[in-house]
Design a protein around this ligand. Structure first.
Ligand code: SAH
Ligand code: DHB
Ligand code: MG
Length: 222
């Protein structure tokens, strides 16, 4: 019963509330044509990222996990003229597809793709003493979710927002005995969020075209 209904509702919501953007449509199409996995955020989720970035007044955004640049376009669209988004991707082929998609979206000057394992790139960004990021979207290899959160927190300031995608995974997150690295990594993230006094966090379950999953959100308070 459920998956089909979730998809119909997503189609309805997208039709009513999510404006069509030729560059986003083309990014989806070209990512699929290039053989990238169909795991980008859904349109209504992309718009949520866009609204959160605008709500935050984000001028500097960090993304971990670029894929074809679909979520980066949504967030890049939220930036002011002098805003900047740095997105991290380990797969050069994904980065190449994203580069074209972002250029077509007119975001060449605002978005920088850094290729390499994100943990290494994050260490480099910290060493470069980048100004803090107002919003970080963590959406790469889930086994490193807690490590990415720690790195993002170091490069945040009070008021920054840290979002983590795919934290429910069809309910698998509750399995304390799971040996799936993605589940182990996400459970570590929740332990970090619980014990970390410098953030106030929540998470919500989501259903839709991407199945049953969830999004975590942490507001940096100190
Ligand atoms: N945020 C994208 C989807 C990202 S999918 C969107 O919604 O449009 C996850 C991406 O993380 C994939 O492109 C994958 O290659 C990348 N990835 C996986 N492990 C990584 C790592 N260690 N460092 C950087 N990127 C990684
Ligand atoms: C997967 C990764 C994602 O970022 C996502 O949104 C959905 C699925 C995956 O690796 O399966
Ligand atoms: Mg994701």
């Amino acid at each position: 019963m459920t998956e089909h209904a979730w998809t119909s509702v997503d189609e309805y919501l997208n039709d009513r509330l999510v404006e069509r953007d030729p560059a986003l449509d083309a990014a989806q199409a070209d990512s699929a044509a290039a053989g990238l996995p169909a795991i980008a955020v859904a349109p209504n989720q992309g718009k949520l990222l866009n609204l959160l970035a605008r709500l935050r007044g984000a001028r500097r955004i960090l993304e971990v996990g670029t894929l074809g640049g679909y979520s980066a376009i949504w967030m890049g669209r939220a930036l002011p003229p002098d805003g900047r988004l740095i997105t991290l991707e380990v797969d050069p082929k994904h980065a190449q597809v994203a580069e074209k998609n972002l250029a077509r979206a007119g975001l060449r000057d605002k978005v920088e793709i850094r290729i390499g394992p994100a943990l290494e790139t994050l260490a480099r960004l910290a060493a470069e003493k980048q100004p803090p990021f107002d919003l970080t979207f963590i959406d790469a290899d889930k086994q490193n979710n807690a490590n990415y959160f720690d790195a993002a927190l170091k490069m945040s300031r009070p008021g920054s927002l840290i979002l983590i995608d795919n934290v429910v995974r069809q309910g698998a997150v509750t399995d304390a005995r799971s040996s799936d690295p993605a589940i182990v990594g996400t459970r570590k993230l929740f332990d970090r969020l619980r014990e970390e006094p410098r953030v106030d966090a929540t998470a919500i379950q989501t259903v839709g075209v991407k199945g049953w999953d969830g999004l975590a959100m942490a507001l940096v308070t100190g």
